[in-house]
Design a protein around this ligand. Sequence first.
Ligand code: SAM
Length: 181
Amino acid sequence: MVRIIVLRLGHRYVRDYRVTTHLALVARVFGAEKMIVTKIEEDVKKSIEEVENNWGGKFDIEEVENWRDVIKEWKDKNNLIIHLTMYGININSIIDKIRNEGKDIMIIVGAEKVPREVFELSDYNIAIGNQPHSEIAALAIFLDRLFEGKELEKNFNGRLRIIPHERGKIVKRSDSIDNSY
Ligand code: SAM
């Protein structure tokens, strides 16, 4: 499986708290190993650590000062840089080519206006449809298309594990089953 890293560009304190947290949650479940941020509230990290402690998997949040250096370093290793933007080319016309390249991918998503430079540094500027919506939805759809749904079958080996059920809520806690709800 190719390695996926998400680069979250920008974060407005307080206002973006939930969006950035959800972006990390989606990144973790849909197949990324890490999210790089330039600024973030400590509580976002704590929420993700709590999810990781209960539900397993390994997901890092790394704070960096200079996102340009991160992009350039990734490019120097001959990995792919993909920027999700409504101005890009439609995912439907390019996702098979990206998958076939089999390269590790850094996915850039914005919060506010993304600098022009990012459009130029990226190997692909990709639109999940050419209408404005949300970075959380864009990331989820991109990763789901890339992995063709297989990421949803991943076993996270967590302390808590859901036993899928048509109606009930059954959670297995390491060595016992809790079906009280
Ligand atoms: N004008 C922005 C743009 O360039 O897409 C929309 C800003 S939106 C609040 C924040 C982020 O959501 C964007 O930086 C982009 O990563 C993502 N996004 C929103 N709509 C998208 C779409 N249709 N396709 C891909 N990404 C999208």
